[in-house]
Design a protein around this ligand. Structure first.
Ligand code: BES
Ligand code: MN
Ligand code: MN
Length: 486
């Protein structure tokens, strides 16, 4: 969401050149040695991040598997260099995990820092103003695929730890484990499996994730809820081979049209999903939580025009936009590979058609159960003459996080120190599958403290990270760790 209510004036970067802000606390003029180190090393931190961004670690494309591994190895070297211990690659069935720890602060809490070093594919390439894997600075932003999601944000954790280590002769104020995955953008199977097999090696008091957005520029934000998701494929088959559409059209089944007909029955034009039982377990967010959403500086026009550049918002009209984005389930078609898509004309009835379809889930909805309902429904509406195969590609649970704990309090204090404002608590419609597992399997709360902005173009052309947020994020993380170590 693009929500610029003149809030830019309120941002008070500790690391960027100082601008006078009324409610800056005195201590901000005397940054801790670690914050001072981070400030002195800003330029180097940014150059290192650019090196990481040059590696096209696109987890979904098999031809980039070597690049994904190179990004993991880059992080291993970096974690070793800054003084972390037990630094290693953990192999999975897919891309490797990166692990490191430093556990020499007895009596202090243990933080599990999570991030991901894989990125989304960069297409459509022609829409990028500078190449996706050649990081470029423009107007205070760093443009590259992965700049904010999540290489830049994950790297803030490493730079905060480096600064603390450097300022305290190789010591940290608290215990830290780092677990960075290379498959988040493809569902995170490897990390989920590792966490189930070896929960003891990840023992911690809380998890820290910087892979979310601020509600608006300069407005410190903690994310307390994510939607779950299931990602599926529908494959419809008709004849045993492609057929001449003149010789057979009129008598042969058309898998594409069968598939479109099925998809059209799944969701009404006003966004109501028609799968029987789909909404059965759903519960509305509490009145108290929704009341806080009403107080957010939300501007529907800006969302529609500036961010989306569309002509109308769609969806369930009897729910507020934020509720639709954060707490209601959805069903989306992503693409329909197959058939003839080249230039010109080809008169063929394709033998098969595929649709990639995902659903975002509200907290009470179980991915497996939802998938079964969807599969049954798809099979029940499959027209005569074709068959449908329904495949589950990946899934993840939704999560809603409590805010009444010492870690969230320390985070809001750290955000206040750096940004000089009260923190807002929001949800996001996006998904980070492993966060649910932190709660369910490790039984620990997660602090989702992200520094992305609503116009950062995640997953889209011209992804960027606001460079001031990169620096402020590092300062906030240092302050957060120092507070928890007191
Ligand atoms: N970091 C995003 C999710 C996100 C973005 C959460 C902004 C909150 C605010 C993450 O990398 C992502 O894109 N997740 C995928 C998950 C999926 C592929 C399992 C998503 O949401 O589509
Ligand atoms: Mn991410
Ligand atoms: Mn992502």
């Amino acid at each position: 969401m693009a929500l610029f209510f003149g809030l830019e004036n309120l941002r008070s970067p500790v690391l960027a050149p100082a601008r006078a802000v009324a409610n800056w606390e005195q201590e901000l003029f005397m940054p801790s040695p670690a914050v001072a180190f981070a400030r002195q090393n800003q330029a180097r931190f940014l150059e290192e991040l650019k090196d990481l961004l040059r590696i096209p670690s696109i987890s979904t494309l098999p031809e980039h598997a070597g690049d994904v591994r190179r990004a993991a190895e880059f992080l291993v070297r970096e974690l070793q260099r800054i003084g972390m211990e037990h630094v290693r690659l953990i192999e999975t069935a897919g891309h490797p995990l990166v692990y490191a720890d430093w556990l020499h602060a007895p009596g202090r809490p243990t933080c599990l820092c999570y991030g991901h070093y894989d990125v989304q594919p960069p297409d459509p390439l022609e829409e990028w103003l500078s190449p996706p894997f050649e990081p470029a600075e423009r107007n205070g932003n760093l443009y590259a695929r992965g700049a904010v999601d999540d290489k830049g944000q994950m790297y803030m954790h490493i730079k905060a730890l480096e600064s603390l280590m450097h300022a305290h002769s190789g010591q940290l104020p608290l215990n830290v484990r780092l677990l960075i995955e290379g498959e988040e953008e493809v569902g995170g199977e490897g990390i989920a499996e590792y966490l189930r097999q070896h929960p003891e090696t990840l023992a911690a008091d809380f998890a820290l994730v910087s892979d979310t957005e601020m509600f608006a520029s300069g407005l410190p934000t903690l994310c307390v809820g994510l939607r779950g998701m299931i990602y599926t494929e529908l494959e419809v088959r008709g004849a045993k081979t492609d057929l001449h559409s003149g010789l057979y059209g009129g008598a042969a089944p058309n898998p594409f049209q069968a598939l479109c007909w099925m998809l059209a029955q799944m969701k009404t034009p006003d966004g109501r999903i028609q799968i029987p039982g789909f909404y059965d377990e759903l519960q509305a967010p509490s009145a108290a939580e929704m009341a806080t959403w009403k107080r957010l500086p939300f501007d529907e026009e800006k969302l529609l025009h500036d961010e989306m550049g569309a002509t109308a918002l769609v969806g369930e009209a009897n729910y507020s936009v934020l509720e639709r984005l954060w707490a209601r389930p959805t069903l989306e078609v992503h693409g329909m590979p197959g058939g003839f898509t080249g230039a010109g004309a080809k008169t063929v009835i394709p033998a098969k058609a595929v649709a990639k379809v995902s659903m975002r889930l509200a907290p009470e909805m179980q991915p497996q159960r939802t998938f079964e309902r969807y599969k049954q429904f798809a099979e029940s509406i499959c027209p005569a003459g074709v068959t449908v195969e329904v495949r589950l590609i990946h899934f993840g649970d939704a999560i809603v996080i409590g805010t009444d704990n010492a870690y969230v309090r320390a985070a809001t204090e750290a955000l206040h120190t750096v940004f000089g404002r009260e923190t807002v608590f929001i949800r996001s419609g996006g998904s980070i599958p492993i966060v649910g597992d932190f709660e369910r399997h490790l039984k620990i709360p997660t602090v989702m403290m992200g520094f992305g902005l609503p116009d950062d173009n995640l997953h889209a052309p011209n992804e960027k990270f606001c460079i001031a947020n990169f620096y402020d994020g590092i300062a906030t993380l240092i302050d957060f760790f120092e507070r928890l170590g007191k």
